[in-house]
Structure formats: structure tokens, C-alpha cells
Design a protein around this ligand. Sequence first.
Ligand code: FES
Length: 250
Amino acid sequence: MSTKPVTGTEKRLTDRQDNWWIEPLFTVLSLGIFGLYAMWVAWNRQHYEFGPYISPFYSIPIPGVHARDLDWLAISPAFLVLWIPLGFRATCYYYRKAYYRAFFWDPPACAVPELRKSYGGERAFPFVLNNLHRYFWYLSIPVMIFLWYEAIKAFFFSDGFGIGVGSLIMLANVILLSYYTFSCHAWRHIAGGCLNCMSKHKTRYNLWQRITRINESHGFWAVISMFSVWFTDVYIRLCSMGTITDFRFF
Ligand code: FES
């Protein structure tokens, strides 16, 4: 950060002279556009599968039920799954920090003043719902299991086992989503919280240590996994529309 002093009677929002606004702007654009894209995909109800590939937005966490079996529903089957990852991300500690800063300027960055005059914390509606994060984590586990199932299925084509670009994209996506889900602060607390003496709980301590290692980069996993979900859907959509051809390695 530059230490150049403010001169004269010039009034500034902040004395910071670095590009502190880039991060909140990136958050507004990426979260805003992703949110709109997710809603559009859900309403669209088309081009969400190609061969053994299925968009993560349409991976329904109900055994034996495929999204296309639910075409008779008045609402898009995507909404049956979408509320879980959206609730999970909306209540995530990383995203809370990101959207409080970017959308509410609460505050937008360190040493930049906030807009509000009083502080109510997360005790009133709707922000009190952020306390449900741990429960969204529980709900995300079956979603992750189904995403892994769909990712493995992506290697089985109508003519047998094979590897396509889409198979690898779906696999990479579910790995990134697993890093995001299992680097969660709530999961870390479930594993190692409320213990007076870690040495008496070796298994939980070891698990807590492993989670802590990936938890340090939780913000990174949050962002990269959002883009991977986005990219996976776009890839499958473009293949399904015939815009691009899926390359098969064998
Ligand atoms: Fe981000 Fe739990 S804190 S997913």
C-alpha cells in the first residue's frame, strides 16, 4: 500500500491508494453473474445432458431418479437440488465475508469506512439464517455423493468404458467441490470442536489437522469450485447443442 499523504482539504472515502476495490468488484461480478446464470439454467430445462454427462445443476440427489424422469413437474427438477448448494454457499463463512464486503459495503475493504450507521450482527432476519450453515453442510453430503456417482458414470459410454474431455471435466469438478465441502469451517468444528483435550481423541485430532490444512485455502476452493460448476455446465450444454464436439481419448 502506498503511504503517500493526503494533501490539502481533499476529502477521500479512504486514505488507501491501492486497488482495494478490485476484490469487491470481482465478487459482485462473479457472484452476480453466476447467480443469474444458475437461475437461467434452472428455468431453461434444456441441454443439461450429453451422452453419460449431466450438468451438476441437474444431478438430483434421489436414488434412481434422473432429471429427465421429472419432466412432468411444473417446476424445473434443477430446483430440487439447487436450493442445497445455494443455501450452502450463501451461508458459507467465505461467501459471507465476500458479499458483506462487496454488496453491502460492510465494510468493502480494510480501512475503508462502511455505509451503515448501526450494527445488528446476524441476529435478525434474514442474516440470522446464516446460522443454518452447519445443516446445509449435512445436506451437501448426499449431493456430493451423487455428484461423485455422476462423475464416475461419465466414464461409461453407450459402447463401454472410455475417457472423454467431458469425463475429465466432470471428475475435476467433483474433486474441486469436495475440497470446498471438506475444507468447510463448520466441518472442521464438527471434527475437532468441543474437545477439552485433543490428545484423548487421536482420531478426531488427526481428522481436524487434515481439515485444517485445506481449510487454510477455503476461499480459494470456494471460488475455484464455483467456476468449475459453471464451466462443467457450459461444456455439457455446448456439446448437447452441437456447438462443440466432445473429444474421446479412447
Ligand atoms: Fe464455507 Fe462452510 S465455511 S462451506
